[in-house]
Design a protein around this ligand. Structure first.
Ligand SMILES: *[C@@H]1O[C@H](CO)[C@@H](O)[C@H](O)[C@H]1NC(C)=O
Ligand SMILES: *[C@@H]1O[C@H](CO)[C@@H](O)[C@H](O)[C@H]1NC(C)=O
Ligand SMILES: *[C@@H]1O[C@H](CO)[C@@H](O)[C@H](O)[C@H]1NC(C)=O
Ligand SMILES: [Zn+2]
Length: 443
C-alpha cells in the first residue's frame, strides 16, 4: 500500500499535462500560476503591465536564477499573440513552458539550456484581441488589434520615418520591460503565413530599399537565426506552403522584401533594445482548429529549442577599468557593424555580441577616452551553451577615472531621417497593393 503510493507519487507529474486546446485568459493564468508554484526554484511569474481592458500581460521566466540576472547568463525572450487572432504561438509557448520545466534534470539538453540561459516567455501580448475573436477565422479578424483597435506591430517608434500613433498600454509595457533586462535574442510569434522574417521591416536607400530590401549590418547573423528556425520546420523550409503566391526560399525572408511596415516590434528591439529579434509566421491559418495544435507543437518543438540556443552565439564578457571595476555605458561593437544606436555595456559592465565564427576587430569606446581596438577570433566549433568569453580591460586615459553616467540614450525619433528618404517607386509595389486590396495582414 505504502509502496504503491510512493510509486504513484513518483510517476505523477507535478502539473497535470497541458492539453492541446485553446487556453483563454483565466485558464492560461491558472496554468502559469500552477507552474510557478510547482517549480519555484526555476520559474518566476510576473505581469509586465495591463492590457487596455485590464488583463495582465504575463511573463514566465525559466532559469537557474529566475528572479534576477546573473553575470554571464544571457537573457532570451519569446513573445506571442501580439496579433490577438494569431493563436498558434500562444499555445506553443504554453507547451514550451511545460516542456522546459518537466524536462529539467531529465533531458541533458534542456537542463544545460536552463543552466546557461534565462528564458522569458510571454504567451500573449494582446489578450484583449484574443478574447475579442468571436468566430475563429483563418484570415483577418478584429482580434488582430488591441482593445483600442490599434495594431500593436505598427505601434512602436520607427527608425526610418515618423510614427505618429498613440502608444498603447501593451506597447508601453513591452518598451518598459525591455529597459529592465539586457535581452540578447528574441522572437515574435505570428500566424497567417509560414516564414521566418528578419529585420529590417522598414528602410531607406542606405539600408537597401532601392533593391527592395532593408538589411542590418548583422545580416549574416539574422540569416543564420532565421535558418536555424526554418530549417527544422519541415513545412516552413519548403517556402511556398500557404497558397498566397509567395515563395520564400528556404522559408526565410527579409521583412522589407516581403512588405515594408512602420512601427514594428522587431526593428524596435534591434535598434533601441540591443536585442536581435525575428518574426516567426507559424501557420497559414491564423486561428486554426484546436485539433491541429498537436501537429503544430510537433513541427515547431525542435525549432523553438534550437533557436533559444542561438543566444550563445558569438562573444560575451565584461569591461573593467584598471582597478577591476566593471564599466557600464561603454560602447562595444564590431568595427564594421556599427549600430545606429550603439550597443553599450549594461550596469554590470557586460556586453553580448551575436556573431558567427570568424575574425573580428572590436571597437571599445567610452566618452572622453580614445577608442580601444582589439582583435578576436571566434572558433568554428564553439561550445554549445556559452558564447566565447572575453573580458576587456579598458585603458581609461585622461582626467576621468570613470565613464560619465550622463551618456545620452538614443532618441526615439526617426534616426535615419538625415539619410535619403523613401521613394514610393522603390517599394515592392505590387505585393503591397495586393496586401492592401485583400486586407491580408500577417506580421
Ligand atoms: C501543482 O499543480 C497542480 C495542478 O496541476 C495543483 O493542483 C497543485 O496545487 C500544484 N502544487 C503546488 C505545490 O502548488
Ligand atoms: C546544471 O546545473 C546544476 C547545478 O545548478 C548541476 O548540478 C548540473 O550538473 C548542471 N547540468 C548540466 C547538464 O549542465
Ligand atoms: C570606434 O567607435 C567610435 C564610437 O562609435 C567611433 O567614433 C570611432 O570612429 C570608431 N573607431 C574605429 C577605428 O572604428
Ligand atoms: Zn501577426
Amino acid at each position: 500500500m505504502d509502496f504503491a503510493c510512493l510509486w504513484l507519487g513518483l510517476l505523477l507529474p507535478l502539473v497535470a499535462a497541458l492539453d492541446f486546446s485553446y487556453h483563454h485568459q483565466e485558464e492560461m493564468e491558472e496554468f502559469l500560476k500552477n507552474v510557478a508554484q510547482n517549480y519555484t526554484s526555476i520559474t518566476h511569474l510576473h505581469s509586465i503591465g495591463k492590457s487596455v481592458k485590464g488583463r495582465n500581460l504575463w511573463v514566465l521566466v525559466v532559469g537557474r536564477s529566475p528572479k534576477e540576472h546573473r553575470i554571464g547568463i544571457p537573457e532570451f525572450k519569446y513573445v506571442a499573440n501580439m496579433h490577438g487572432d494569431e493563436t498558434v504561438g500562444r499555445e506553443l509557448l504554453l507547451h514550451l513552458i511545460e516542456y522546459l520545466v518537466t524536462n529539467d534534470g531529465k533531458d541533458p539538453e534542456i537542463t544545460s539550456l536552463i543552466n546557461s540561459t534565462r528564458i522569458h516567455i510571454m504567451p500573449s501580448m494582446n489578450p484583449d484581441g484574443f478574447e475579442a475573436v468571436k468566430k475563429p477565422d483563418c484570415f483577418y479578424t478584429n482580434g488582430r488589434e488591441n482593445g483600442n483597435s490599434y495594431d500593436l506591430n505598427r505601434n512602436f517608434p520607427d527608425a526610418f520615418e515618423v510614427n505618429n500613433v498613440v502608444r498603447q498600454p501593451e506597447t508601453v509595457a513591452v518598451m518598459e520591460w525591455l529597459k529592465t533586462e539586457t535581452f540578447v535574442l528574441s522572437a515574435n510569434l505570428h500566424g497567417g503565413a509560414l516564414v521566418a522574417s528578419f529585420p529590417f521591416d522598414n528602410g531607406v536607400p542606405a539600408t537597401g530599399s532601392l533593391h527592395s530590401r532593408s538589411l542590418t549590418p548583422d545580416d549574416d547573423v539574422f540569416q543564420h537565426l532565421a535558418n536555424t528556425y526554418a530549417s527544422r520546420n519541415l513545412n516552413m523550409k519548403k517556402g511556398d506552403q500557404c497558397k498566397n503566391k509567395m515563395d520564400f526560399p528556404n522559408g526565410i525572408t527579409n521583412g522589407y522584401s516581403w512588405y515594408p511596415l512602420k512601427g514594428g516590434m522587431q526593428d524596435y528591439n534591434y535598434i533601441w533594445a540591443q536585442c536581435f529579434e525575428i518574426t516567426l509566421e507559424l501557420s497559414c491559418c491564423k486561428y486554426p482548429r484546436e485539433e491541429k495544435l498537436l501537429l503544430f507543437w510537433d513541427s515547431n518543438r525542435a525549432s523553438l529549442i534550437e533557436y533559444i540556443k542561438q543566444v550563445h552565439l558569438g562573444l560575451k564578457g565584461q569591461v573593467f577599468d584598471h582597478k577591476g571595476n566593471p564599466l557600464p555605458n561603454v560602447i562595444v561593437e564590431v568595427q564594421d557593424r556599427k549600430h545606429i544606436c550603439p550597443y553599450k555595456t549594461n550596469k554590470f559592465g557586460e556586453y553580448y555580441l551575436l556573431l558567427l565564427p570568424g575574425s573580428y576587430t572590436l571597437n571599445v569606446t567610452a566618452p572622453g577616452h580614445a577608442p580601444h581596438l582589439t582583435k578576436v577570433t571566434i572558433p568554428k566549433k564553439s561550445q554549445d551553451f556559452s558564447a566565447l568569453k572575453m573580458d576587456i580591460p579598458f585603458p581609461l586615459k585622461g582626467q576621468l577615472d570613470s565613464i560619465p553616467v550622463s551618456s545620452p540614450s538614443c532618441p526615439l525619433g526617426p534616426l535615419y531621417s538625415n539619410l535619403p528618404s523613401h521613394s514610393a517607386a522603390t517599394k515592392p509595389g505590387l505585393f503591397l497593393f495586393l496586401v492592401t486590396l485583400f486586407h491580408i495582414l500577417f506580421k
